[in-house]
Design a binder for this molecule. Structure first.
Ligand SMILES: [Zn+2]
Length: 231
């Protein structure tokens, strides 16, 4: 009781989008801002821009994103990523799981795998926000998380000046899949916070394909910032 009073004094429960004080049944985001979050309503295995984008280049089972990348969702991503709001990130992961709770999308996942940060970046940030999303998804689905085997071997800088092809080349060799993985014949769900060009996940998939056999891959990002025309 005392602890929760102290907590509410030191850490007042406010909406992560508008800053307004939350009422009892609201968590992290007020009801008003919740309505501002634009769900993609993508069906993971349907003919959506996101699924097509990956299916054109890879053998994937499904791909989807929870929210479109709008002012509201961008704020959430930013706060989850840069402000040590790990509980917010886990909560967003829970929302990702609940979104498809009445479908078979997450039913046969063996390992939930975050797109890894380089260890130096993770050290300075203190956590990998995509790993927090995975924890939220795991809380709801009971699936296992694997953060050990897919690793980032280079700490690349921002490549906003590169075009798509250059970015893709640049990302080849960014990741490694450690030899003692148990992924052969399994279904993994790759999780990231934002889909923009897809090049990072391309590199993850290439790495997995080159170092494993018969892995089924699905993709789930918190937000989708892609254009609706394919590229
Ligand atoms: Zn709000």
């Amino acid at each position: 009781m005392l602890r929760s009073l102290i907590d509410s004094y030191l850490f007042p429960r406010v909406c992560h989008i508008c800053g307004r004080k939350l009422v009892d049944n609201e968590r992290y985001v007020c009801l008003h801002c919740t309505e501002l979050l634009a769900h993609t309503n993508f069906e993971p295995k349907a003919d959506t821009p996101l699924f097509q984008r990956y299916a054109r280049q890879h053998d994937i089972a499904a791909a989807t994103a929870l929210f479109h990348y709008t002012t509201a969702s961008r704020l959430l991503v930013h706060r989850a990523k840069y402000h040590h709001h790990t509980a917010l990130a886990k909560y967003l992961g829970e929302l990702m799981a609940y979104e498809y709770a009445d479908t078979d999308f997450l039913n046969d996942i063996d390992f939930i795998v975050p797109v890894p940060l380089h260890w130096i970046r993770k050290f300075w940030r203190g956590y990998n926000q995509s790993e927090m999303l995975c924890q939220g998804i795991a809380t709801v689905t009971g699936r296992n998380i694997d953060t050990k085997h897919l690793v980032r071997v280079h700490n690349n800088q921002s490549q906003t000046t590169l075009n798509h092809e250059e970015r893709r080349k640049h990302k080849q060799g960014l990741f490694a899949l450690l030899q003692d993985h148990q992924w052969n014949g399994k279904h993994i769900l790759l999780v990231d916070d934002v889909y923009t060009t897809g090049a990072t996940i391309d590199a993850c998939i290439d790495t997995i394909r080159n170092n494993s056999n018969n892995v089924t891959i699905s993709i789930y990002t918190l937000t989708y910032a892609g254009l609706t025309n394919l590229r």
